[in-house]
Design a binder for this molecule. Structure first.
Ligand code: AMP
Ligand code: ZN
Length: 108
């Protein structure tokens, strides 16, 4: 089982920020930004590269949740990044699709 599936099944602890029937969000263990949250579907799908048409709504759900989590943290005022790393050449290390929400840098 992959590390994110273990987090989803609570076999590994995480700093959970949101959960519903289909996805979870938790803080990145090695943050690259003041706010760095990973949004992860409960279904194990390896990557954007592997996603099939039948699961395309997963992409919208992840982005929508990223937008809401950003808004709840006031990041809509300053801006933020939503990033999918896609495959090794795209910087993906964990082979369970996830969306990075990053923000919280000072922009005045
Ligand atoms: P990626 O390079 O897109 O595959 O990103 C994987 C991310 O998962 C990295 O930013 C890691 O810091 C993060 N990560 C790895 N293991 C854990 C964990 N146990 N809990 C939270 N984040 C993790
Ligand atoms: Zn998995």
């Amino acid at each position: 089982m992959c590390i994110f599936c273990k987090i989803i099944k609570k076999q590994i602890s995480s700093d959970l920020v949101y959960e519903n029937d289909t996805l979870i969000a938790f803080k990145d263990i090695k943050p690259s930004a003041p706010v760095h949250i990973l949004i992860v579907p409960k279904k194990h799908i390896e990557s954007v590269i592997a996603i099939e048409a039948e699961d395309k709504n997963v992409l919208g759900d992840l982005v929508w949740r990223g937008k809401i989590l950003a808004q709840e943290r006031g990041l809509d005022k300053t801006g933020y990044k939503l990033i999918f790393n896609c495959g090794r050449g795209g910087g993906q290390i964990i082979d369970h699709i996830h969306l990075h929400l990053m923000g919280g840098w000072d922009k005045k």
